[in-house]
Ligand binder design. Structure first.
Ligand code: I6G
Length: 668
């Protein structure tokens, strides 16, 4: 028995240490299998010796039967709210008020951290053991959710180390990380259960579950950001030191916390976190600034129900309500019809949004979006705006569910839908002005022929004016003809003619990509060019020969073959070559080829298997170049875990962001 008692103690300490390393420090010490063995051993010992079971045992995270309702907990120190600021000017005024009240000439030091979109909670530890955990409630009284909080692995059941106060009420935010949320929703969907609309709702639902066994299956996490009631012990003099002390006691804090000086520091922090908002692993709705000195906090005190020493600087909302004015069908380069919701303009995610794609007819029907509907629009980071869902309760009477048109709204050709596919296409081909416009935009795009100055509007004008029917017509344009277009001055016309001329000198992979052959992206175009070496060889190749190209399957091969079998396509290709579009010879054969020739890469984050040096080496050996910052000239951003702001920059500039697996495919 004494042996069992001793072993149980050792196991509990060890498991608690591993929980801390895994859930708090994100730095596991042992593989999962080893951890599982320790837990199994402890469970077996506790089963054999029930008298050794205690509430702080890691096996007892899920405890208690489902409740009928939650008890209530009075907050000894009220859980206040924060004042919100939206504009830089509000922060300038906040800092000025702080300095005036403190009668300070110089700058104030602030502790800054992201404001998570979760639920505020307070956890009371007595003699280092978790006793009670409660929601904020009305700030004076919250709900007792102790049994649910205990199921969160980053909540220590026992504090670590020494020196913690006899009573310590730690406050923080319970949240669900985006990945955990997505995985959970996928599992719920697979089981045919109701999914959650966003991580915050999912976290709130999980925390307020009456059955802690269900909470335990939800991927909840916590970051602690402050304290409430405290008895005994001495606390440090600065908020930043207090957070460090909490960390030392095993209470997880946000890794993005920073100290900043004065208003310039605060606004810099706001911009820095704002730029990374979309790539953070959790959702945030702003940042919080707190005067770092606790003595200064005391001097500043409170106004109404908010501290004078802290403020939340909010980001623009990423979700807003608006109404659908119309649903239109856009025709793409390959004839695919995409339903687009035309919206009552709404300010969301920092921009005014008036259109949102509904992707395809299946998505349109799944979301059941109708003209007149009130919808939630989401725009996160640089991601294109999307319709999250319809608020059905607000649907006006007599709305009609839109259906796929039988004829192309642009050229009137038949619309065909391939059995089993969600894409419906206009069958008009290059007869359809919409397909012609989109093909030309693709042809001229940066990663294809790179015709600078040939923007979407100019392409629309050129097609509408009948000046350009296919890509080869671009090379016959004169500055005089171009200058006839509306809003096109002589100078711009001359510049555009020059950049069209410049685009003649290209590479075979770019040219193949620019042709817009179905399913031939940049990587396939490169593989085809390297395999065949010259255009004529590819044009003459049989289906079987095309399928010999690495990574080219029957569908892509058939698309290539059909493209070159079509007389109109061959004619355009011939005309382009007749206009002196040309490229240097391509070296064929896998052994000597340089798959990344001419490509510029930027690296960010930690790759799963390759070291940075190895990845750089592979790029250089493959004929590519590595640079430090993302510009319009960058071809790929190779991103790993915890990428920096380079990802946002890449998205803004339309540069491809690839992971290690995609990189390996490029190199191979
Ligand atoms: O609701 C909150 C979120 C984050 C907070 C808060 C916080 O600090 C990072 N801090 C305080 C002091 C309060 N609410 C009242």
């Amino acid at each position: 028995m004494a042996g069992a008692r001793e072993r149980v103690k050792v196991l509990r300490e060890e498991i608690a240490r591993h929980d801390f390393r895994y859930y708090v420090q994100d730095d596991p010490e042992v593989p999962d299998a080893e951890y599982d063995r320790l837990v199994q051993e402890l469970k077996a010992l506790e089963a054999a010796h029930p008298e050794l079971v205690s509430s702080d045992s890691p096996t007892q995270r899920v405890s208690g039967a489902p409740a009928r309702e939650f008890g209530s907990v009075e907050h000894r120190v009220p859980m206040l709210s924060l004042d919100n600021a939206f504009a830089d000017e509000d922060i300038v005024n906040f800092d000025r008020r702080v300095r005036e009240r403190l009668e300070i000439e110089g700058s104030v030091a602030y502790n800054c951290e992201p404001k998570l979109d979760g639920l505020a909670v307070a956890l009371r530890y007595e003699d280092g053991e978790l006793r009670v955990g409660a929601t904020r409630g009305d700030g004076l009284k919250g709900e007792d959710v102790t049994v649910n909080l205990r199921t969160i692995k980053s909540v220590p059941l026992k504090l670590r180390g020494r020196g913690y106060p006899r009573v310590l009420e730690a406050r923080g935010e319970v949240f669900m990380a985006v990945r955990g949320f997505e995985r959970m929703n996928a599992e719920l969907e697979a089981r045919g259960e109701k999914t959650f609309v966003n991580p915050r709702n999912a976290a709130a639902g999980a925390l307020r579950q009456l059955d802690p066994r269900i909470t335990a299956t939800r991927p909840l996490e916590i970051f602690f950001y402050g304290i409430g009631a405290v008895d005994g012990g001495t606390l440090p003099g600065r908020h930043s030191e207090l957070l460090a002390a909490l960390r030392g006691w095993g209470l997880r804090t946000c890794p993005e916390i920073e100290l900043q000086e004065g208003v310039v520091g605060l606004l810099g922090y706001y911009r820095q976190i704002g730029a990374r908002r979309a790539s953070l692993p959790y959702q945030i709705d702003g940042v919080v600034y707190k005067v770092d000195s606790l003595a200064q906090q005391r001097d500043l005190g409170f106004v109404a129900r908010a501290p004078r020493w802290a403020i939340a600087h909010k980001f623009p909302a990423e979700e807003e309500l608006t109404t659908v004015r119309d649903i239109e069908w856009q025709v793409g380069r390959t004839g695919a019809l995409t339903p687009v919701a035309r919206l009552e303009p709404v300010f969301v995610g920092g921009v005014t949004v008036s259109n949102a794609t509904l992707h395809n007819v299946d998505e349109l029907h799944r979301k059941d979006v109708r003209v007149g509907d009130t919808v939630i629009i989401r725009r996160a980071g640089d991601v294109i705006p999307e319709v999250v869902r319809v608020i059905e309760e607000r649907r006006p009477p007599n709305t009609i569910a839109p259906t796929l048109p039988s004829h192309c709204p642009v050229c009137g050709s038949d619309v065909r839908r391939v059995e089993g596919e969600s894409v419906a296409r206009c069958t008009g081909g290059l007869v359809c002005p919409a397909q012609r416009k989109e093909s030309l935009k693709h042809f001229a795009s940066r990663r294809a022929m790179d015709v600078e100055g040939l923007g979407d509007k100019v392409v629309d004008q050129l097609v509408d004016a009948g000046l350009v029917h296919d890509a080869s017509d671009l090379y016959g344009l004169t500055a005089e003809r171009l200058a006839e277009l509306e809003r096109m001055g002589e100078k711009s016309a001359a510049k555009l003619v020059a950049s069209i001329a410049k685009s003649r000198d290209t590479t075979l992979p770019r040219f193949l990509f620019a042709l817009g052959i179905p399913n031939v992206g940049e990587a396939t175009a490169l593989a085809l060019a390297e395999h065949f070496g010259e255009l004529a060889a590819l044009q003459a190749a049989t289906l079987e020969q095309i399928m010999e190209v690495p990574d080219v399957g029957p569908i892509v091969a058939a698309g290539v073959r059909e493209f070159f079998d079509e007389g109109r396509n061959r004619e355009v290709v011939d005309k382009l070559i007749g206009h002196a579009v040309r490229w240097p010879a391509v070296a064929t054969g896998r052994s000597e080829h340089q798959p990344l020739a001419g490509k510029t890469f930027v690296l960010t984050g930690t790759l799963p298997t390759l070291s940075r040096a190895d990845a750089e080496d592979m790029i250089r050996k493959g004929g590519g170049k590595v640079t430090g910052s993302v510009t319009k000239k960058t071809d790929y951003v190779l991103a790993g875990e915890n990428p920096g702001s380079k990802i946002e920059k890449a998205r803004t500039l339309g540069v491809s962001v690839i992971d290690e697996a995609a990189f390996a495919r490029l190199v191979d």
